[in-house]
Each structure stands twice: as structure tokens, then as C-alpha cells.
Design a protein around this ligand. Structure first.
Ligand code: ASP
Length: 355
């Protein structure tokens, strides 16, 4: 069969165009690593030494210890702090949150990975969940063994963390925590063991997913307001309101409650016994405090469960807030941010229901 000349000319033209415009390989994602210290950057005097110092290595040393990271993304690192996370404070939180927002606002950046100590990761992670102004992925990683340890867990956690940040499923979920092959919502996760690598657990809910050598499976969706949906902003903040946590126990007196108020606490979180309970003297002191405009949140010292409103304590009558699922440390974070907007316990209770 003979082809018409015009058809052949057209076919040649198409072929030429195809050659002139080579197939575009998908651009690798651009990820920024913000390092803050922790055991993941920790060093022992020798690999079998028991003691170690957190935050001894910088971000570039951490990244260079992870094989094949460059196959997942183009990664640039920045040191925001280099501390054990037991020293985490409002100043570093605000600096970190502003940096996360600044980096994610860059059109060329696809996500942020934060290296962080595990002691207060659940607090920083929840703080970032509430104040991040972008829906791009934010993932935190840490480790339970220092960088110099036999079988250090940091490099594997960083590899999995980068895999999660570059996964489209991580978008709009709030800050995620990746450790020991599990993915958790920072809002839900708590550290449960002092030293073992299986320490992070989403107690009331189960993990958000799992990740094995970079291969991800998502389980539960995030059902709370996160990121821009919360309406919180750190832009104009250079400090946070003081909120103290007070631990309830048998024979609890009002002394620590009075001391916290005297020292300027604008909010108090009670790590209550059972369903957020406490002794009568403590309850009376908090009732007085609430009348004076201190916002009181009842949480629990128990590892699991929901603190219910108006159960054994009449929160409506006393003007208290019930923490729901949030443990005392996370309740403190939400109350600090809530107090940047309102002192109304009804509005703050709504935040505890929704965030
Ligand atoms: N104390 C350390 C920290 O939180 C523990 C760790 O990172 O695992 O910085």
C-alpha cells in the first residue's frame, strides 16, 4: 500500500517534534530537613557505652549516614537548634514553626522533615500540627539509640521519614511522627517506654500507617482539624502564655495550684486521677482559679482513655474544660495556643473537641 505524500510529511513532522521534546522524567521532590538535636544526633564515647550526649552531630552528618537518600529526594539540611528535647521550650517552638512555615511557602519545596529528640516529640509535633500554615507534608523523626550505637535506629528512621514526606498520602494530615517502621499522627502519638525502640504508640487509636524500607501503607485518616484549618498563627507571636501541668495524687493539696497562679500561669492542666479527678482541696482551689479567669483543663495521668465532660466533676458549673483524648502534655500545648485567642472556657472546650 502506498501512503500519500502529505500523510508521510505529517508523520515525519510528528516524529521530529517527539525527538525535539524528550520525555520529561518526573522531577525528584525537594525536601528540607530541619534539625533540632536529640538522641538521633547523639554520641557515645564508644559504641558500647551506656551514656551519651544528645545533639552532638549536625544535620549534614546525620544525612550522610543514610544510604540511598538521594534516590528518594533532593535534600537540603538546616540546623534550627541542637538540643536534647528535654530542653525544648516556647522560644525554639516559635522559631521552628516559623521556619517550617517559611520553608513550606517556597514554591520549590515539597515537604519538611524534622529531626528531634523523642522526649518531647509528641508536644512539638502537636504544636506544629496546630500552627503549620501549609498542607504540605511535615514529618518528624528521632531515634532511641544514639548515632554511634551498635544497631543505631536513626538512619532507618530518617530513610523512612523521607519516604513518608515524599508520599502524596502525607499531604494535609498535620505533622506525622515516623519511628520504628510506624507512622503516627503527632496529635495522637505518645512516648510510652523510656528506652526501647518500640516506644511510640497512638494509644487510643492505632498508627496512621506503617513504612518498611520506604514502602508505605496508610491506615487511619486524620479526623481532626489540622494546619491551616485550626486558625492558629505564630506569625505575630514572640512568646506563648504560661500554662502549667499539675499532677494529681492521693492527699493532693492546693499548694502547687496556688504557686502556679502566683507565678503567672494563665492556664492550668491537671493530670487528674482516673477520669480527670482530684482531691476536694485541689478542686476547690481550681474552682476559685477559674472564677478569677485562669483557664482550667482536666486531663488524666492515666495512659489511655477519654476525659469526659461533666462526668464526676460538673465542668459546666465550675467553668472547666475537659481534655478528651489529649494527655496533659498535649493539653498544655493546645491551651497555650487557645489562650492566644480567647479565655472563654466554652470556646476552648470546642477546640478540645475539634483539634
Ligand atoms: N533525651 C533525648 C531527647 O529527647 C531522648 C531521645 O532523643 O530519644 O532529646
Amino acid at each position: 500500500m502506498r501512503l500519500k505524500k502529505s500523510f508521510i510529511a505529517a508523520a515525519v513532522a510528528i516524529a521530529a517534534t517527539a525527538i525535539a521534546v524528550p520525555l520529561q522524567a518526573a522531577e525528584p521532590p525537594n525536601i528540607r530537613v530541619l534539625a533540632t538535636g536529640g538522641t538521633i544526633a547523639g554520641a557515645q564515647a564508644s559504641a558500647t557505652d551506656y551514656g551519651y550526649k544528645s545533639g552532638a552531630y549536625d544535620v549534614n552528618s546525620l544525612l550522610s549516614a543514610v544510604p540511598n537518600l538521594d534516590k528518594l529526594a533532593v535534600i537540603t539540611g538546616e540546623q534550627v537548634a541542637n538540643i536534647g528535647s528535654q530542653d525544648m521550650n516556647d522560644e525554639v517552638w516559635l522559631k521552628l514553626a516559623k521556619r517550617v512555615n517559611g520553608v513550606l511557602a517556597e514554591p520549590g519545596t515539597d515537604g519538611v522533615l524534622i529531626t528531634h529528640g523523642t522526649d518531647t516529640m509528641e508536644e512539638t509535633g502537636y504544636f506544629l500540627t496546630l500552627v503549620t500554615s501549609s498542607t504540605k507534608p511535615v514529618v518528624m523523626v528521632g531515634s532511641m539509640r544514639p548515632a554511634t550505637a551498635i544497631s543505631a535506629d536513626g538512619p532507618g528512621n530518617i530513610y523512612n521519614g523521607v519516604a513518608v514526606v515524599t508520599n502524596p498520602g502525607a499531604t494535609g494530615k498535620g505533622t506525622l511522627v515516623v519511628l520504628n517502621d510506624e507512622i503516627h499522627y503527632a496529635r495522637n502519638v505518645v512516648k510510652t517506654n523510656t528506652t526501647t525502640v518500640q516506644t511510640f504508640v497512638s494509644i487510643n487509636r492505632g498508627p496512621a500507617g506503617v513504612v518498611n524500607t520506604g514502602k508505605i501503607q496508610w491506615f487511619e485518616p486524620m479526623d481532626r482539624k489540622v494546619g491551616p484549618a485550626t486558625g492558629f498563627s505564630v506569625d505575630a507571636l514572640d512568646k506563648l502564655p504560661r500554662v502549667d501541668v499539675i499532677y494529681a495524687h492521693a492527699n493532693m493539696s492546693a499548694d502547687l495550684i496556688d504557686a502556679a497562679i502566683k507565678n503567672g500561669a494563665q492556664g492550668l492542666v491537671i493530670a487528674g486521677v482516673g477520669d480527670g479527678n482530684m482531691t476536694t482541696p485541689a478542686l476547690d482551689a481550681l474552682t476559685r482559679a477559674a472564677k478569677e479567669g485562669i483557664v482550667v483543663v482536666r486531663s488524666t495521668r492515666l495512659p489511655s482513655g477519654v476525659v469526659l465532660r461533666n462526668n464526676e466533676v460538673n465542668d459546666d458549673e465550675k467553668g472547666f474544660v475537659a481534655s478528651g483524648e489529649l494527655n496533659p502534655a498535649k493539653s498544655r500545648v493546645l491551651l497555650q495556643l487557645a489562650l492566644t485567642q480567647t479565655k472563654d472556657p466554652i470556646r476552648i472546650q470546642k477546640m478540645f473537641y475539634e483539634y
